[in-house]
Design a protein around this ligand. Structure first.
Ligand SMILES: [Zn+2]
Length: 330
């Protein structure tokens, strides 16, 4: 039986937690041999998978990091997709382990004390996050198994925390993503998945993922500032799916110029995300064939697709401004 060539499907392309009127939350899929590998679970991922006819084939989920815009619909994917997923094999979910407790947070700024939530475990990793979701939704899970005859949800979700090199931890850019060889996440007959740490300080760990198949390769930057590890992971890949923020002179949504909020937002962008003016150089350094922009900041519709595509400089390959439900062969 002939199998369809592997393809990339952009499920959602908005960056940031605030729901966008124009784009679904950040999520992507690689489809290989009829099986669906999802990268990140932003708002609406279960619905977008249904719209793309990809939910029944869900095989693996990879979470780049534990910011809410990448995780908010991770458990919901299973909780809501349960009627279909109960008939499918268990889904292994690869993602970050715990960041390291309260010491993993930046110190509070003078005059800005910040409360600590869930002090006994303030930095749950993927395994705890999953278990706590089972606990939070116990009523629904218990009653649906009894009233609707659902198969048990628990064995359908198999979280696996990615092991990172020893001695690393939260902190500045040199602590969260020192130079490293990519690590093998998983390999089967169809796909080899590798990962590396990227610079999304102070978040730790934050991963980029690479998928190599017989029919092509694709790399997902996750959230990162320009990062040598990402260039190394993406070396020679067919497609690089990269996050981007608009750094043209008058970006939307920055708040009152000069305000504390605007300065914090600017600091967050420049230290942990990649400006449009730099992303072409990253694609060129990695020698990829095609650059696909996603995780747009701003993620609403104030900037047209042409703004993003024409803003890429220093890259001779194909440039694609991503859109929800866009499909591309690898
Ligand atoms: Zn993030």
């Amino acid at each position: 039986m002939a199998t369809a060539p592997p393809r990339l499907v952009l499920l959602g392309t908005a960056g940031g937690p605030l729901p966008s009127p124009a784009r679904s939350g950040i999520a992507s899929a690689v489809v290989v041999g009829g099986r669906t590998y999802v990268v990140d679970c932003g708002s609406g991922v279960a619905r977008q998978l249904r719209r793309a006819r990809l939910l029944a084939g869900l095989h693996r989920v990879c979470i780049t990091h534990l910011h809410s815009d990448h995780t908010c619909d991770y458990f919901n994917l299973f909780l809501l997709g349960w009627p279909i997923l109960q008939w499918a094999p268990p889904v292994v979910v690869h993602g970050p382990g715990p960041a390291g407790g309260a010491g993993a947070f930046p110190p509070d700024a003078a005059g800005h004390p910040v409360p600590l939530h869930h002090g006994a475990n303030p930095t749950p990793g993927l395994a705890d996050l999953t278990e706590l979701q089972f606990e939070a939704h116990a009523y629904d899970i218990n009653i649906r198994m009894r009233e609707s005859g659902r198969h048990d949800l628990r064995p359908l979700i198999v979280p696996r925390e990615i092991v990172v090199p020893a001695g690393l931890g939260a902190g500045g850019p040199d602590r969260v993503a020192p130079a490293m060889e990519p690590v093998l996440v998983e390999e089967d007959d169809d796909v080899r998945i590798t990962a590396t740490l990227v610079r999304h300080a102070p978040v730790f760990p934050a991963f980029a993922f690479r998928f190599d198949t017989d029919g092509g390769s694709v790399v997902f930057s996750g959230d990162t500032a320009p990062c040598a590890n990402l260039v190394r992971l993406a070396q020679g890949a067919g497609t690089l799916v990269h996050e981007v923020y608009d750094d043209s002179p008058d970006p939307g949504g920055a708040g009152e110029p000069g305000s504390w909020e605007a300065r914090r937002r600017h600091h967050h962008l420049v230290t942990s995300h990649t400006p449009l003016s730099a992303v072409g150089g990253i694609a060129a350094d990695a020698g990829v064939g095609r650059l696909v922009l996603t995780h747009f900041i701003p993620g609403d519709d104030v900037l047209p697709d042409a703004h993003w595509a024409t803003g890429v400089a220093g890259f001779d390959g194909e440039v694609v401004a991503g859109a929800d439900l866009m499909e591309l062969d690898l």
